[in-house]
Structure formats: structure tokens, C-alpha cells
Design a protein around this ligand. Structure first.
Ligand code: AP5
Length: 187
């Protein structure tokens, strides 16, 4: 199964990935985690990405696409049960690039899970988490960037018939059940 997790920062995508991996045997590709690992290792890529991440801006297209291209081609070979993208695509250019890449390796998406959560709830969650980019100013910029660049993907994937909306409030278990209901139907 090939899944994209779509939703604002703090909508709970990362929190649900372990349960999805365990149940469906997919592997996860989380661009935020990949980028944070590059920053922590102080690589050239990490040094380029860091100021964008600290400001809550999207990291430039070429950096992210390079990471995804290398990763996905290898994953398609090593993980026949499929993959789940968390944090990618994040704008229309990335979505179109992903479509092209997946068409090339003959692995089209099966579903896009859109986590719907109100912004007031998100700000509360992120201020309580305390990651390096979870300060008030950066959170508001991340939400602004999400609204402007990522939210148009809701329409993009709706038009492709791939979008399924998951109500992202309630307990982690309740949200997990909503996700299972959708994915069991597709699997
Ligand atoms: P990224 O790592 O993707 O972070 P993000 O977008 O800010 O998303 P989060 O990881 O914060 O949200 P989440 O939905 O996973 O929420 P979580 O489950 O953690 O990106 C970081 C940066 O990297 C970007 O700003 C950008 O600079 C760069 N980047 C990444 N990908 C990129 C790309 N493709 N292109 C360009 N740049 C890119 O939950 C959040 C909190 O809520 C947690 O504390 C959790 O415990 C809590 N929580 C979860 N579920 C619930 C619940 N049901 N009830 C109460 N609390 C809950």
C-alpha cells in the first residue's frame, strides 16, 4: 500500500505512523526526520536546510527531492508492502514531482489521509511538545506556510479521487481506529 499523510504541522501524522507500520507492514519516509538527522550530523545538506527549518519555511525543492528520489527507488525494491510519506509532498511542485517519480517506478499512490484539526488545538499541542521549531513565532509561520502552500493539496488529491479525511481530534487510539477503517477497506 502506498500512502501519503497530509495535514498541518502538529495534526498528529507522526504520532500515528508506528501503528500503521505495524498493521500494514509499510515503511515510512518522513522528510522532517530525514532533514533533522542531516542537521544533527551537521552535513552540508543539513547546514543548508537548518535556517529554513528554524524559520518554519519550506526547505528548497532540490534538497528535499534529492532525498526522496534516492530513498523511494531503493524502498520500492526492499519493501514490497509499500510506503507511507509523512511531510512530503508539501506543495504542488513536490506533489507533481512525486507523481512523476511514482509513475516512473510504476508505484502509484493508493490513498492520501488528510488529518483535520483546528489551528487552536494545533498551537496548544506544539507548544506542549517543545521541539526546536516549536516556539510560538515559528509555529505561526509553519501554519501560514501550510495554509498557503500545502493546503492546496487537499483539492489536488480530491480531484484525483485519493483523499480520505480523518478527524484528527480525540484520543490517539480513536484516531487510529478511524485510520484503520479507511486502510482496511483499501488493503
Ligand atoms: P516536519 O518534521 O514535517 O514537521 P511539521 O510539519 O511541523 O509536522 P509535525 O511533525 O510537527 O506534525 P505531525 O502532524 O507529525 O504531529 P505529531 O504527530 O508530531 O517538518 C519540519 C520542518 O522541516 C518544516 O517546517 C520544513 O522546514 C522542513 N520540511 C519537512 N519536510 C519538508 C518538505 N517536504 N519540503 C520542504 N521542507 C520540509 O504531533 C504533534 C504533537 O501533538 C505531539 O506532541 C503529539 O504527542 C501531540 N498529539 C498527537 N496526536 C494527538 C492527539 N490525538 N491528541 C492530543 N495530542 C496529540
Amino acid at each position: 500500500m502506498r500512502i501519503v499523510l497530509l495535514g498541518a504541522p502538529g495534526s498528529g501524522k507522526g504520532t500515528q505512523t508506528d501503528a500503521i507500520i505495524q498493521r500494514y507492514g509499510v515503511v515510512t519516509v518522513a522528510t522532517g526526520d530525514l532533514l533533522r538527522a542531516e542537521v544533527a550530523a551537521d552535513t552540508a545538506l543539513g547546514q543548508r536546510a537548518k535556517p529554513f527549518m528554524e524559520a518554519g519555511e519550506l526547505v528548497p525543492f532540490d534538497i528535499v527531492l534529492g532525498m526522496i528520489e534516492n530513498g523511494l527507488q531503493a524502498l520500492a525494491r526492499t519493501h514490497p508492502k509499500g510506503f507511507m510519506m509523512d511531510g512530503f509532498p508539501r506543495d504542488l511542485a513536490q506533489a507533481e514531482a512525486l507523481d512523476k517519480l511514482l509513475a516512473k517506478i510504476n508505484q502509484p499512490l493508493d490513498v492520501v489521509l488528510f488529518f483535520e484539526v483546528r489551528y487552536e488545538e494545533i498551537v496548544k499541542r506544539l507548544l506542549g511538545r517543545g521541539r526546536a521549531d516549536d516556539n510560538e513565532e515559528t509555529i505561526h509561520n509553519r501554519l501560514r506556510v501550510y495554509e498557503e502552500k500545502t493546503a492546496p493539496l487537499i483539492d489536488y488529491y480530491t480531484r484525483k479521487g485519493l483523499l480520505r479525511t480523518i478527524k484528527g481530534t480525540g484520543s490517539i487510539e480513536e484516531i487510529g481506529e478511524r485510520i484503520r477503517a479507511v486502510l482496511d477497506e483499501i488493503a
